[in-house]
Write a protein that binds this ligand. Structure first.
Ligand SMILES: Nc1ncnc2c1ncn2[C@@H]1O[C@H](COP(=O)(O)OP(=O)(O)O)[C@@H](O)[C@H]1O
Ligand SMILES: [Mg+2]
Length: 354
């Protein structure tokens, strides 16, 4: 296995779409890094550039110590698993898994051994003689993984490999993938648009937005110390509340005004326009006129262990996450409390204010 490094990687497609802007990223040898971003943010393009399926417009891809930017996909020795697994329909499971080895003219005995090893790891031993159309969706995705494993590549590139699976199966395969990562000590780049998935599997998460890397960090770092408003909104279920407002001097000290909220602050000396961030778990409800402002209840979502209450704070949306079930009638007006130690301040453009 090897590290994978991107150096100032950019990609402009014919027609002028700039998909990637100067990405710098180092995925350590043996690391599982999640590349997280909305649809169209450039995730697949990153993987295709690493695999050699797409030529970067500028910048380099480095695998281990080797600059591979000019090398063919075969020379790079990385395995890519796609969202749509593209198995060969006329080949058995056994031959599908063996395929990368047979095209490389690996000897029969070794092919048999490596296919069996991969199939055992993935729980596919009993279906080796079936054809792809005789498999469940989950089994097909395992075969696609098997095809990557047999090669013993320098790195695995996984492009939303679980997005076609439904709930429980997805969680099951996710756990298997984590076990596989541990067992193989493999370098893996795992692409997803699902931030919950990213938080649960990533040792580190790299957040891509409109072709730019916004932040790279552990799940806790990106949650607790988001690099900008975009990351703050994107990470978390639901994401951070961000309200447009302004800081100003008040009779006693200073306040931040945002929508219908007026929040006394001690630390910020910031004057003028800003954005106020607060996670839904640090927003509470109280009687009218007893909090930092009054809001209208728009929608109430009871989820069992918690209730999400969607509020209108003077024309700006605000979500409160309350424990258990909450008796908050839609259409009523209530007061809002916020935990002032848990506020984030960003400038008007979205950069953190410290
Ligand atoms: N072959 C291509 N030609 C032109 N534009 C492309 C091509 N492939 C991707 N793009 C554009 O590049 C951007 C990033 O795409 P992609 O990497 O597929 O995003 P993601 O995988 O995050 O959904 C999108 O705006 C997409 O339309
Ligand atoms: Mg994609």
């Amino acid at each position: 296995m090897a590290s994978v490094t991107l150096r100032r990687l950019s990609k402009v497609f014919a027609g002028g779409v700039q998909a990637l802007h100067h990405l710098d990223l180092e995925v350590r040898d043996g690391e599982l890094l999640v590349l997280l971003g909305a649809s169209g943010s450039g995730k697949t393009t990153v993987l295709r550039c690493i695999a050699g399926l797409e030529e970067p417009t500028s910048g380099d891809v480095v695998i281990g110590e080797r600059v591979v930017t000019q090398e063919s996909p075969a020379e790079r020795d990385v395995a890519m698993v796609f969202q749509s697994h593209a198995l060969y329909p006329h080949l058995s499971v056994r031959d599908n898994i063996a395929f990368p080895l047979t095209v490389r003219h690996v000897g029969d005995a070794q092919v048999t051994r490596r296919v069996l090893e991969a199939a055992t790891r993935l729980g596919l031993k009993d279906v080796l003689d079936r054809m792809p159309q005789q498999l469940s969706e989950g089994e097909r995705q395992r075969v696609a993984l098997g095809r990557a494993i047999v090669r013993g590549p320098q790195a695995f590139l996984l492009d939303e490999p679980l997005s076609r699976l439904d709930g429980p199966l997805r969680i099951e395969l996710r756990a298997e993938l984590l076990a596989l990562h541990r067992a193989l000590g493999a370098t893996m780049i795992y692409v997803t648009h699902d931030q919950t998935e990213a938080m649960t599997i990533g040792q580190r998460i790299a957040i891509l937005h409109e072709g730019r890397l916004r932040q790279v960090g552990t799940p806790e770092e990106v949650y607790q110390r988001p690099a900008d408003v975009h990351v703050a909104r994107f990470v978390g279920t639901p994401g951070m509340n961000v309200l447009r407002g302004r800081g100003r001097a008040a009779e006693k000290g200073r306040v931040i005004e945002a929508g219908s909220l007026v929040i006394p602050v001690e630390l910020s000396t910031y004057e003028g326009e800003l954005q106020l961030g607060v996670r839904p778990e640090f927003v509470g409800l109280c009687a009218v006129d007893h909090g930092v402002g009054n809001v209208d209840v728009l929608v109430v979502e009871p989820l069992g262990s918690e209730t999400l209450v969607h509020l209108n704070a003077g024309g700006q949306p605000l979500v409160a996450r309350l424990q258990g079930f909450a008796d908050v009638p839609v259409g009523t007006r209530v007061g809002v409390k916020v935990d002032r130690r848990r506020l984030y301040l960003f400038d008007a453009a979205g950069a953190p204010l410290v």
